[in-house]
Design a protein around this ligand. Structure first.
Ligand code: SAM
Length: 212
């Protein structure tokens, strides 16, 4: 992400744990074969998601935007025994790669993957969420947020990715529908009394939003 000091980003990765072999294989596969490999969470972010999951010890985790399952595997590795991770993805081709890697990781029994548009799938999942990772279409974030906050238990955490959108939200005159949607989402969250929030400048911006 070039809007962050690249030297600081490189320094931080040099001193952090390295990518494990399976995620590294999936990463390399994605770089070689996927039309949009830049969408994958990086190593540090994936480790961060896994640790959050380990700390929270959730029973029900939701991810919107599976892609090839890189962040899903990280989250699933952090699950306590008996917990479930539901993940939603609209692209069939991505789902088939993700499923292959869930098997390789030995995590297929913990992960339920739902194919289709997230807004259509969500009403079929009648769980009370402990942890949500939002990483799909940026113009949908507000709708997902308004739908999910009442369906999260008090103290549950929603993490929204890309809230700095490569720095585009920092412009005085924000351009582009995604950056505009993310800025509107950020404003809504900041005004919402139902939640506490911390926006981290990790990678492309991670918004940690905790339901009161
Ligand atoms: C940024 S990628 C997810 C990256 C993944 N979470 C990771 O960190 O490795 C976003 C994914 O969301 C999917 N997506 C976008 N809009 C969607 C929607 N309305 N419903 C379901 N999936 C959607 C895209 O097909 C894409 O694979």
């Amino acid at each position: 992400m070039t809007f962050l000091n690249p030297l600081a980003v490189e320094y931080a990765s040099r001193f952090s744990s390295t990518e494990d072999p399976l995620l590294s294989e999936l990463h390399q596969y994605t770089l070689a074969h996927h039309p949009e490999p830049h969408m994958l969470s990086g190593t540090i972010q994936a480790t961060f998601l896994q640790w959050i999951c380990e700390w929270i010890r959730p029973s029900f985790v939701l991810e919107i935007g599976t892609m090839v399952g890189y962040s899903t595997i990280a989250l699933a590795r952090g699950l306590p025994p008996g917990a479930q991770l539901h993940t939603i993805e609209k692209r069939k081709a991505d789902i088939s790669i993700a499923e292959t890697y869930f098997q390789k990781a030995g995590l297929s029994d913990r992960i339920r993957i739902h194919e289709g548009d997230a807004l259509q799938i969500l009403p079929q999942l009648s769980y009370t969420w402990d942890l949500v990772f939002l990483d799909a279409d940026k113009t949908g974030y507000l709708d997902y947020y308004e739908y999910l906050i009442p369906r999260m238990r008090p103290g549950a955490l929603l993490i929204a990715d890309n809230v700095l959108f490569h720095g585009a939200v920092l412009e005085e005159n924000i351009k582009g529908k995604n950056a505009k949607a993310l800025h509107a989402f950020n404003e809504r969250v900041s005004q919402d009394d139902r939640v506490e929030k911390i926006m981290l400048t990790l990678r492309d911006g991670l918004f940690l939003i905790r339901k009161k």
